[in-house]
Design a protein around this ligand. Sequence first.
Ligand SMILES: [Zn+2]
Length: 111
Amino acid sequence: MKKKVLVDLEVICDSPNYILWGNLEHQERQLELWAKDFNEFIRDHRSQDRVNLSVRRVYKEECEYCHRVWEEYDDGCPVCCTKAQEEWKASKKELDLEEASRQISLDYDAG
Ligand SMILES: [Zn+2]
Protein backbone atom coordinates (compact mmCIF):
# COMPACT_ATOMS: atom_id res chain seq x y z
CA MET A 1 0.00 0.00 0.00
CA LYS A 2 1.20 3.53 -0.71
CA LYS A 3 2.38 5.35 2.43
CA LYS A 4 3.10 9.03 2.97
CA VAL A 5 6.50 9.62 4.66
CA LEU A 6 7.82 13.00 5.78
CA VAL A 7 11.35 13.44 4.41
CA ASP A 8 12.07 17.16 4.31
CA LEU A 9 10.78 20.54 5.45
CA GLU A 10 10.98 24.00 4.02
CA VAL A 11 9.51 27.37 4.93
CA ILE A 12 7.22 29.02 2.45
CA CYS A 13 7.44 32.80 2.26
CA ASP A 14 5.02 34.71 0.09
CA SER A 15 6.72 37.71 -1.42
CA PRO A 16 4.73 40.88 -2.08
CA ASN A 17 2.54 40.60 -5.18
CA TYR A 18 3.93 43.74 -6.82
CA ILE A 19 7.10 41.77 -7.63
CA LEU A 20 5.31 39.07 -9.53
CA TRP A 21 4.62 40.53 -12.92
CA GLY A 22 6.30 40.14 -16.29
CA ASN A 23 7.95 36.97 -17.52
CA LEU A 24 9.72 34.47 -15.24
CA GLU A 25 13.19 35.86 -16.00
CA HIS A 26 12.04 39.32 -14.88
CA GLN A 27 10.40 37.87 -11.76
CA GLU A 28 13.59 35.93 -10.99
CA ARG A 29 15.64 39.16 -10.96
CA GLN A 30 13.01 41.02 -8.93
CA LEU A 31 12.76 38.20 -6.37
CA GLU A 32 16.54 38.05 -5.99
CA LEU A 33 16.65 41.80 -5.35
CA TRP A 34 13.76 41.62 -2.92
CA ALA A 35 15.30 38.67 -1.01
CA LYS A 36 18.64 40.53 -0.80
CA ASP A 37 16.83 43.62 0.55
CA PHE A 38 14.86 41.55 3.01
CA ASN A 39 18.00 39.76 4.24
CA GLU A 40 19.57 43.14 4.96
CA PHE A 41 16.45 44.12 6.87
CA ILE A 42 16.71 40.91 8.93
CA ARG A 43 20.41 41.57 9.68
CA ASP A 44 19.27 44.69 11.54
CA HIS A 45 17.12 42.59 13.89
CA ARG A 46 19.61 40.71 16.05
CA SER A 47 17.25 38.05 17.42
CA GLN A 48 16.56 36.80 13.87
CA ASP A 49 19.79 37.64 12.12
CA ARG A 50 20.57 34.03 11.21
CA VAL A 51 17.42 33.83 9.10
CA ASN A 52 18.14 33.91 5.39
CA LEU A 53 15.73 34.11 2.49
CA SER A 54 16.75 32.63 -0.82
CA VAL A 55 15.04 32.12 -4.15
CA ARG A 56 14.52 28.46 -5.00
CA ARG A 57 14.34 27.76 -8.72
CA VAL A 58 12.32 24.85 -10.00
CA TYR A 59 13.43 23.52 -13.36
CA LYS A 60 11.99 21.03 -15.77
CA GLU A 61 13.84 19.52 -18.67
CA GLU A 62 12.25 20.00 -22.05
CA CYS A 63 13.27 19.84 -25.70
CA GLU A 64 14.34 23.22 -27.09
CA TYR A 65 12.69 22.37 -30.41
CA CYS A 66 9.28 20.88 -29.59
CA HIS A 67 9.09 21.91 -25.89
CA ARG A 68 7.90 18.47 -24.80
CA VAL A 69 9.20 16.99 -21.54
CA TRP A 70 12.72 15.61 -22.10
CA GLU A 71 12.78 11.81 -22.08
CA GLU A 72 15.46 9.47 -23.36
CA TYR A 73 15.61 5.89 -24.58
CA ASP A 74 18.03 3.54 -22.81
CA ASP A 75 20.86 4.54 -25.16
CA GLY A 76 20.36 8.25 -24.37
CA CYS A 77 18.55 9.11 -27.62
CA PRO A 78 15.76 11.67 -27.02
CA VAL A 79 12.17 10.45 -27.42
CA CYS A 80 10.35 13.65 -28.43
CA CYS A 81 11.10 14.63 -32.06
CA THR A 82 13.31 13.93 -35.08
CA LYS A 83 15.17 17.26 -34.79
CA ALA A 84 16.39 16.38 -31.28
CA GLN A 85 17.19 12.84 -32.40
CA GLU A 86 19.22 14.05 -35.37
CA GLU A 87 21.15 16.45 -33.14
CA TRP A 88 21.83 13.62 -30.69
CA LYS A 89 23.02 11.31 -33.48
CA ALA A 90 25.35 14.03 -34.81
CA SER A 91 26.85 14.76 -31.39
CA LYS A 92 27.21 11.03 -30.71
CA LYS A 93 29.07 10.59 -34.00
CA GLU A 94 31.40 13.44 -32.97
CA LEU A 95 32.01 11.83 -29.57
CA ASP A 96 32.67 8.46 -31.19
CA LEU A 97 35.21 10.09 -33.52
CA GLU A 98 36.92 11.84 -30.61
CA GLU A 99 37.02 8.56 -28.72
CA ALA A 100 38.43 6.77 -31.78
CA SER A 101 41.17 9.37 -32.33
CA ARG A 102 42.03 9.27 -28.61
CA GLN A 103 42.32 5.50 -28.85
CA ILE A 104 44.57 5.79 -31.91
CA SER A 105 46.90 8.26 -30.18
CA LEU A 106 47.00 6.01 -27.10
CA ASP A 107 47.91 3.06 -29.30
CA TYR A 108 50.54 5.20 -31.03
CA ASP A 109 52.06 6.32 -27.68
CA ALA A 110 52.09 2.75 -26.46
CA GLY A 111 53.58 1.41 -29.66
ZN1 LIG B 1 11.75 17.57 -29.34
